[in-house]
Design a binder for this molecule. Structure first.
Ligand code: NAD
Length: 487
């Protein structure tokens, strides 16, 4: 076991960051933070509430009116660049925290650290490249636009990719000069706290980033309904997203929602199967399937159907599952509750063809939240397992005959986050890229390695608004039009 994993806590985890000060929550209450690899309690974290959120929003407002609000785009960019550097310097420490807290195999946890640093790098360079325009108008006028921050932005993030989601959301909001209040998930908040420590060390002014851990129904609800925030971004479940949009509507503020999906990969008879196979499997089991853009539906044309089922089944039977520190292909799920939820879905597949399962390795603690990765074949497109987001390592394979049928199946859920097409036919690629109901379409790949540069978000119940890339910077800012009459 690496040394960083033995004692990864280098800060007090039972605190909130408000106005640059690390303090216990006003109530003094704490929550147990559980290690999903073995069910043990790692430490206590702060159970922040409405009073802490209120103080955090006020601190953010003060930062906007103070040093942070006065900084130029170039200065903000330089701070983000330093944060990114420091994140990279602490790769092993951050990966160890995430592995323990989320149950991620170390390789995946390290990749998440690199992604967090990458968002800081991308946005640090973008900070002074976003600007308004001049608009040709009537004689006697000069008209231009100013791109301005919203003010105070709220960020409610889930437990599955804390570092990546903080990078893309808080990173973009800070770039535009917003002051942020971050509510990490109660199941996994250690890297949010660590990130805030690093950001302060890198010179981020007090109050520009405030962090209040706590329960969704308490700290989360207090943040999303607070009249002092001017924008809220949320990643998580559809049900909670709808609550957040309702709260935002009462305060008439914009909201970005990223709510997961049931993303398909379409494999045609002319596909390069050797290239496709690793993506077909990995996109379903990465992070134990707890990925908003997981590909949980594999649609395969009849000519290669048996071959794809056989090769995916072979790959599944070699998938190993165990504690995060073992660094196998899959770690545990986030919690006993998530294990119960995912196991319930797997039981609902008892009427389906079980193509293959992975292996929970010997010696894995029975107190951890483990499930076997499970592959079902010949699944009807309207089966519950082919329609609902499972958020676990479960994939269904669905056969199809024609391109039209594949498209209808692919578009036949309430979600629309990501889709991919595996085919050598360029015309088909172009047709499907236009017609697929998704916020991102990949041609002969899946996910494009995460791509901080690539706008990301959904249609339908997958949510609305775009994160990542320059598009996120437009979302975290608003446009003011100035019309000067000078005759
Ligand atoms: P959730 O949506 O309830 O939680 C996500 C975040 O929202 C957490 O920080 C939580 O504290 C907060 N939250 C919860 N209730 C809130 C409320 N009333 N007001 C404000 N904030 C609130 O998700 P969950 O319960 O952790 O997981 C349930 C299911 O959600 C999963 O099985 C999965 O299907 C889905 N999920 C999706 C994603 C994604 O990346 N799209 C991430 C996590 C979970």
């Amino acid at each position: 076991m690496p040394d960083t994993l033995r004692n990864p806590l280098w800060f007090d985890p039972a605190t909130c960051l408000i106005g640059g000060e690390w303090t216990a929550p006003a109530s003094g209450a704490t929550l147990d933070l559980v290690n999903p690899s073995d069910g043990s309690v790692i430490c206590q974290i702060a159970r922040g509430g409405a009073e802490d959120i209120d103080a955090a929003v006020k601190a953010a407002q003060a930062a906007r009116e103070g040093e942070w609000g006065a900084m130029t785009a170039l200065e903000r960019g330089r701070i983000l660049s330093k944060i990114g550097q420091k994140v990279l310097e602490k790769t092993e420490e951050l990966a160890a925290l995430e592995a323990m807290d989320v149950g991620k195999p170390l390789t995946q946890a390290r990749a998440d650290v690199i992604a967090l640093a990458r968002y800081c790098e991308f946005y640090s360079g973008a900070a002074d490249k976003i600007h308004g325009e001049t608009i040709p108008f009537m004689d006697g006028y000069t008209v231009y636009t100013l791109r301005e921050p919203h003010g105070v932005t709220g960020h409610i993030v889930p437990w599955n990719y804390p570092m990546q989601i903080i990078g893309r959301s808080v990173g973009a909001a800070l770039t535009m000069g917003n002051a942020c209040v971050l509510k990490p998930a109660e199941e996994a908040c250690l890297t949010a706290l660590a990130f805030a420590h690093i950001a302060l060390e890198a010179g981020l002014p007090a109050g520009a980033l405030n962090v209040v851990p706590g329960l969704g129904a308490e700290a989360g609800a207090a943040l999303s309904s607070h009249p002092g925030i001017h924008h809220i971004s949320f990643t998580g479940s559809v049900a909670t997203g709808a609550l957040i949009q309702g709260a935002a509507a009462k305060n008439v503020i914009p909201v970005t929602l990223e709510l997961g999906g049931k993303s398909p990969q379409l494999v045609f008879d002319d596909a390069d199967l050797d290239a496709a196979l690793p993506f077909l499997v990995n996109a379903g089991v990465q992070n134990a399937g707890q990925t908003c853009s997981a590909s949980s539906r594999i649609l395969v044309q009849r000519g290669v159907y048996d071959e794809v089922v056989k090769r995916m089944a072979e790959a599944y039977s070699k998938l190993t599952v165990g504690p995060a520190a073992e660094d196998l292909r899959l770690g545990p799920l986030i919690s006993a509750r998530q294990k119960e939820l995912v196991s319930g879905f797997i039981e609902k597949g008892s009427d389906l063809t079980l193509a293959a399962e992975g292996v929970i390795v010997d010696g894995t603690p029975t107190t951890g939240a483990y499930v076997k990765p499970t592959l079902f074949a010949d699944v009807p497109a309207d089966h519950e397992l082919a329609q609902k987001e499972i958020f676990g390592p479960v994939q269904v394979i669905i056969p199809f005959d024609t391109e039209a049928e594949a498209l209808a199946i692919a578009n036949g859920t309430e979600f629309g986050l990501v889709a991919s097409v595996w085919s050598r036919d360029g015309a088909r690629q172009m047709r499907l890229a236009k017609k697929l109901h998704a916020g991102q379409v990949f041609l002969n790949n899946y996910g494009a390695a995460g791509g901080a540069e690539l706008p990301f978000g959904g249609v339908g119940k997958s949510g609305h608004g775009r994160e990542k890339g320059f598009e996120a910077l437009y979302g975290f800012s608003q446009l003011k039009t100035v019309a000067a009459f000078h005759g």
